[in-house]
Design a protein around this ligand. Structure first.
Ligand SMILES: *[C@@H]1O[C@H](CO)[C@@H](O)[C@H](O)[C@H]1NC(C)=O
Length: 184
């Protein structure tokens, strides 16, 4: 009992004296975690923000600008995946007028989002032109909302509804982080 108590004190002393030699690497990691945490708290979807940034291999060296770039590129990927999936549904499903028209409409809406709005927004972000970056993402959100309206009443399109929601949430996260950059 007594010896384990002394062992604990020795371990704590060693930890206290040696921690300074690790401080440079651990403070880099913790300041990055702090930045991610602080930034994600300013967005409406904290969990989505955190998990996206933690899953990105580039994250540890990123500043707020880098975090916005990661989210924006993830947003483009998410929109692109949605478009591919919608196109797949169109080509795979036998013509069902109830879902065919909303799907075709949504594909038409997503094509310019993936081809122009979001890539242009990412480019603007890279150049520090935050107003343009916001414009592209807001434009994409408008398209997603139009698709949402169209699939709202249609049956059998729950998957599209959840993809739309995921894209819109990521867009909201991106807009919140760009707002932080605009305020700096
Ligand atoms: C979208 O995904 C397709 C593959 O499904 C890929 O060929 C294309 O480059 C992607 N576009 C963008 C803008 O990422």
């Amino acid at each position: 009992m007594k010896s384990s108590y002394y062992n604990l004190i020795i371990i704590l002393l060693i930890a206290a004296t040696s921690s300074s030699s690790f401080s440079s690497s651990s403070s880099t990691a913790s300041s990055w975690t702090d930045l991610v945490d602080r930034t994600c708290k300013l967005t409406p979807f904290y969990d989505l923000c955190i998990s996206t940034l933690l899953n990105d291999p580039q994250s540890p060296s990123a500043d707020t600008h880098g975090l916005a770039a990661i989210i924006a590129s993830d947003l483009l990927q998410s929109a692109n995946n949605t478009l591919s999936s919608i196109q797949e549904m169109i080509s795979r499903s036998p013509p069902d007028p109830e879902s065919e028209q909303p799907l075709a409409y949504c594909a038409e809406v997503y094509i310019p989002i993936v081809k122009y709005s979001l890539p242009q927004s990412i480019e603007a972000l890279e150049k520090g032109r935050y107003g343009f970056a916001v414009y592209g993402i807001a434009d994409a959100e408008k398209g997603v909302q139009a698709c949402e309206k169209r699939v709202e009443g249609a049956g059998g399109l729950d998957a599209v509804k959840s993809w739309n929601e995921a894209v819109r949430e990521m867009a909201d996260v991106a807009l919140s982080i760009i707002k932080v950059l605009q305020g700096n």
